[in-house]
Design a protein around this ligand. Sequence first.
Ligand SMILES: *Cc1c(COP(=O)(O)O)cnc(C)c1O
Length: 217
Amino acid sequence: MSLDDIKTRIAKACKDAGRPEEAVSLIAVSKVQPNERVAAVLADGHRTFGENRVQEAAGKWPEFRETFQDIDLHLIGPLQTNKARQAFELFQSIHSVDRPKLAKTIARLAQEEGHCPRLFIQVNTGEEAQKAGIAPKETDAFVAECRAMDLPLEGLMSIPPVNEEPSLHFALLAKIAERNGLTGLSMGMSSDFESAIALGATHVRVGSAIFGARAYG
Ligand SMILES: *Cc1c(COP(=O)(O)O)cnc(C)c1O
């Protein structure tokens, strides 16, 4: 697979779903990938990337940004409140807003810094104990709480359980977003981004299908 193949598949999935191609942003998930693979994707003209750890992003992206000022970086992994300020400096979007304490910290930083990344609320659609995210039945109240703090909510994000049919989770996320008047849907990874697009994904997070398998050390 390559960046071009993935873009072609996204375009086809959009066409099949009767949606314009521009409706879906491809977030190239570069976590753990060697810098030369990331540099190759940048050289191909791609600018939208995702990382799941603040620390790792801090060691990698400031240098790339010296060459490519228009990089659009998305935090797709859990955020501790004590790293939130650093996340503000590094990321244009945060997909893992999942609890009131973090929302409050982000609201305070937005006041102090005079800007705020675009935000997605992470929903634990599978209600898995080990997974981050707000429970589906608590999401409406949390959306309202974030709005009351004037947070710039773009939409909802979810990571379906590994052994379940992802489209059920995509459909649930889309339903919760719709009843809350949210248009952004961050859903779909290497193995299931086409079905996510069929169900309304606006942001797909694709890692290994672009960069190759991750070598965890
Ligand atoms: C790693 C990761 C991805 C990308 O996974 P692939 O299967 O490699 O496409 C997407 N979303 C999140 C939250 C991730 O942590």
